[in-house]
Design a protein around this ligand. Structure first.
Ligand SMILES: CC(C)(COP(=O)(O)OP(=O)(O)OC[C@H]1O[C@@H](n2cnc3c(N)ncnc32)[C@H](O)[C@@H]1OP(=O)(O)O)[C@@H](O)C(=O)NCCC(=O)NCCS
Length: 111
C-alpha cells in the first residue's frame, strides 16, 4: 500500500493505493487560508480493507500537511456514527462543545 498526496491550492487529497494501483481510501480537506483553518470533508475506506489502520494513516498524513500549511486547527463533521467517532477520538479529535448534539457533530483538533 502506498500513500499518494495531491496538494492543490485550497484542497489536499491524501489517498491510499493498493498493489494494483487502485485507490482504496481517501481523505479530502479544504484549507481556509484566511481563518487558518482546515476542514476535512471526506473520509472513505473501501469495505474490503477496513479496520487495517488505513483511515488512521491517511488522517495522520493529512494532519502533517495541514500543519505545514500553517493551519492551527483541523475540524470535521462526523457523519459516520460511532465507528468514525472512535477513529477521530483515537487521533485526538473532540466535539466542538460538550456532546455531539450540542456540537452538531463537528469535531476539532488543535495542531
Ligand atoms: C470510518 C472509516 C473511514 C474507518 O476506516 P478504517 O480504515 O477502517 O479505520 P481504521 O482501521 O484506521 O480504524 C481506526 C479506529 O477507528 C475505530 N473504528 C473503525 N472502524 C470501526 C468499526 N467498524 N467499529 C468500531 N470502531 C471502528 C476503531 O477505534 C479503530 O481502531 P481499532 O481497529 O484499533 O479498534 C470506514 O469505516 C469508512 O470508510 N466508513 C464509511 C464512510 C464513513 O463513515 N466515513 C466517515 C464519515 S465522517
Amino acid at each position: 500500500m502506498t500513500i499518494i498526496t495531491v496538494n492543490k491550492p485550497g484542497i489536499i487529497t491524501v489517498s491510499m493505493r493498493d498493489e494494483l494501483e487502485c485507490t482504496v481510501g481517501s481523505v479530502q480537506t479544504h484549507i481556509d487560508k484566511i481563518d487558518n483553518n482546515a476542514f476535512v470533508w471526506s473520509v472513505w475506506v473501501d469495505r474490503h480493507v477496513r479496520r487495517q489502520g488505513i483511515a488512521t494513516k491517511l488522517l495522520i498524513e493529512t494532519e502533517r500537511i495541514v500543519r505545514l500549511s500553517g493551519s492551527a486547527v483541523i475540524s470535521l463533521h462526523n457523519g459516520g456514527g460511532d465507528r468514525a467517532e472512535g477513529l477521530y477520538r483515537k487521533l485526538g479529535f473532540r466535539y466542538l462543545r460538550g456532546d455531539k448534539h450540542e456540537s452538531m457533530n463537528i469535531m476539532i483538533k488543535e495542531l
